[in-house]
Design a protein around this ligand. Sequence first.
Ligand code: DQA
Length: 144
Amino acid sequence: SKLLLINGPNLNLLGTREPGIYGNTTLKDVEDQITKFANENGMELSTFQSNHEGQIIDAIHDSRMKYAGIIFNPGAFTHYSYAIRDAIASVDVPVIEVHISNVHKREEFRHTSVLAPVCEGQIVGLGITGYKLAVIAFKERLSL
Ligand code: DQA
């Protein structure tokens, strides 16, 4: 089975962006680690990062028939993108929402996810381990 990892806006700066909140691991290291972890668990992983809402919507549309699931850190789009919510609702590919930081400990505007109601579940506040937990969740779901 194939999974798609999508990281949204500003996550290209992982490793240097607010390291006190997001840690020192770069996006490339995250992608490499999660690809390896997926492979060890019998799955393939493709990765995609974009700072652009429309490109993320296109990637969600294009995932149809190609991927068994999407691991998605939508960045700040989480909190207000109805267009991304509609895209997730429009495809039958299950999505697990991941946040590196504990959004509930942070500013009020981060406490709301407009995407969560159309996702399978949400993993929040466990650092980049959250991406691995999403791989495990898909593995169990796909009962590999
Ligand atoms: C984030 C949390 C969001 O509120 C923020 O806008 C991000 C990263 C996280 O991974 O903790 O860009 O999704």
